[in-house]
Write a protein of this length. Structure first.
Length: 398
């Protein structure tokens, strides 16, 4: 049965998902593990007196111009409308009583590495999507066994690391991701294959990853407010406004989402994207989001011991066209500062190039790293001997 958060149960047996000789191989399930308010949770481990108070992790707001954005907000701060990647000044106006904590990325990276090491033994494949989200590909004979494994993972994270996770369980990544969002905070939600359509049907179309306010407006204009209503439509009805994205949306709504084969093997790239609450009409709105996404990617790569050899920034525009700009690097790189600065350069170049020809707004921002390679030893760069831009910004705070 799906649709309800499930309380912890006793640990699954050691033979979970291992078929007896002659039996069919157990099906694969996706456990999408999302650490709730990760940066805030890490800070509260050291400062338990902040429990129950609105907390924002990010460069504190100042009277000077500041391009900083919120990195994480507690659920108490989110009740005021504060969201990650929101400009710090806007967040300060929405929640003036918030406790601001400057970020400590080395601390977050160290704990994220511990999280990966805890998760890895549970899965045939571990795919980190960001510092606080990971996909586990596991084998289990049925939905109940997959649920028990998810509960076991959740319990270990809480008892060994003091972290709360929401976990979505399904046989596809996209559905598992949606389930993890619906399980927040701190729940487990399982969607068996036979229940995918009925699970999705009553949800608002905004529950679909990549559907922002503009897409929702177009869908509502077609009389589509829920995923179930979307499943009943023909892609051709919406292709003029949404292009090929219309087919992707309808296929997902019908329980057959498009997913790259790459996700079933070792990924050759990593990416992060953000659909903006409102379409951006200036570079000053886009750049902070690009820097935030690039920083998240760099920290995820750090925990995996990976370097990158190429950086790509892509925009999906208000007319749903998508353009990108990338750069192959002379040598593999690592570290947050280098990736953030390169992504910003690409974003500004892409913005100037496109806006010089058209006057379109941006609805979705993506940052991708490619040509990944394992790091044999830690690379030291000049970036480590100077304060980062975010650190310099934070240092100007109160």
């Amino acid at each position: 049965m799906h649709g309800a958060r499930l309380a912890p149960t006793p640990p699954p047996p050691a033979t979970l998902g291992e078929p007896e000789p002659g039996e069919a191989v157990a099906p694969e399930w996706v456990l999408y593990v999302d650490l709730d308010a990760y940066y805030v949770s890490v800070e509260r481990r050291e400062r338990p007196e902040l429990e129950g108070r609105p907390v924002i992790v990010g460069p504190p707001p100042t009277d000077e111009p500041n391009r900083g954005v919120v990195l994480s907000a507690s659920y108490e701060a989110r009740a005021f409308g504060v969201r990650s990647a929101m400009p710090v000044r806007q967040a300060a106006r929405l929640c003036p009583e918030a406790v601001w904590i400057p970020p400590s990325f080395p601390k977050y990276e160290r704990l994220a590495h511990e999280v990966r090491e805890l998760l890895r033994p549970h899965a045939r494949l571990l795919v980190p999507y960001s510092i606080d989200e990971s996909l586990l590909l596991v084998s289990a004979p049925h939905a109940e066994a997959a649920r028990e494994l998810a509960v076991s993972v959740q319990r270990e994270l809480r008892e060994k690391l003091g972290l709360v996770a929401s976990i979505g369980v399904a046989t596809s990544r996209t559905v598992a991701k949606i389930a993890s969002d619906r399980a927040k905070p701190g729940g487990v939600l399982v969607v068996p294959p036979a229940d995918v359509a009925s699970f999705l049907a009553p949800l608002p179309v905004r529950a679909i990853p990549g559907v922002g306010p503009r897409t929702e407006e177009i869908l509502v204009g077609h009389g589509v407010r829920t995923i179930g209503e979307l499943a009943a439509r023909r892609p051709a009805d919406m292709m003029r406004e949404l292009g090929g994205f219309a087919r992707e949306l309808v296929d997902l709504a019908r329980g057959t989402p498009h997913e790259s084969i790459e996700e079933r093997g070792e990924p050759r790239s990593r990416s992060a994207d953000r659909t903006l609450a409102e379409d951006a009409t200036s570079a000053d709105e886009v750049v902070p989001v690009v820097r935030h996404l690039a920083g998240e990617l760099a920290r995820a790569l750090e925990t995996e011991g990976l370097r990158y050899g190429a950086v790509v920034v892509a925009f999906r525009w208000s007319d749903f066209d998508r353009t990108q700009r990338g750069r192959s690097l002379a040598a593999a790189r690592e570290g947050s500062e280098a990736l953030v600065e390169e992504a910003e350069r690409l974003a500004r170049g892409l913005w100037a190039e496109e806006r010089a020809r058209r006057r379109r707004a941006v609805r979705t921002v993506s940052v991708r790293v490619e040509r990944l390679s394992e790091r044999s030893q830690r690379q030291v760069s000049l970036d480590e001997f100077r304060p980062s831009r975010s650190a310099r910004t934070a240092a100007r705070g109160p």
